[in-house]
Write a protein that binds this ligand. Structure first.
Ligand code: HEC
Length: 96
């Protein structure tokens, strides 16, 4: 609670009390080797669930997916981070 504010205010017979609420914080993140690049680039716009709910995809399809995020949705992913992200996805959800 911010100590600069009174924790209780009464006016016209109405009392307002400050309360402290604790909200759940999602600690879900990509884990394991090579997850740094994807955690740094792919969770700003959507949850990791958006990625995990995808069916298994070929490495080329994952590469296309990352290109789509960058080109169609404007994801600010550095070119240098792309291979690590694609490798991570292809290992996580490999398809044909
Ligand atoms: C600039 C915002 C942004 C960033 C950053 C971003 N995405 Fe997305 N992503 C989107 C949007 C918008 C959608 C579509 C959401 C919808 O359909 O409701 C999406 C959807 C997806 C989907 C679901 C399939 C699809 O094509 O719609 C996957 C998988 C995905 N993103 C992966 C990634 C990966 C991997 C990264 C990191 C390289 C990433 N995203 C970074 C905006 C972003």
């Amino acid at each position: 609670m911010n100590p600069a504010y009174a924790s209780e205010v009464t006016k016209s017979g109405v009392t307002l009390k400050a309360v402290t609420a604790t909200y759940p914080v999602s600690d879900r993140a990509f884990v394991g080797p090579g997850s740094d690049a994807i955690n740094a680039n792919c969770v700003t716009c959507h949850s990791i669930g958006m990625v995990l709910l995808q069916p298994p995809l070929s490495k080329q399809a994952w590469a296309d997916e990352v290109t789509k995020m960058r080109k169609a949705y404007g994801a600010p992913v550095a070119e240098a981070d792309v291979p690590a992200i694609v490798d991570y996805l292809a290992a996580l959800k490999p398809g044909r």
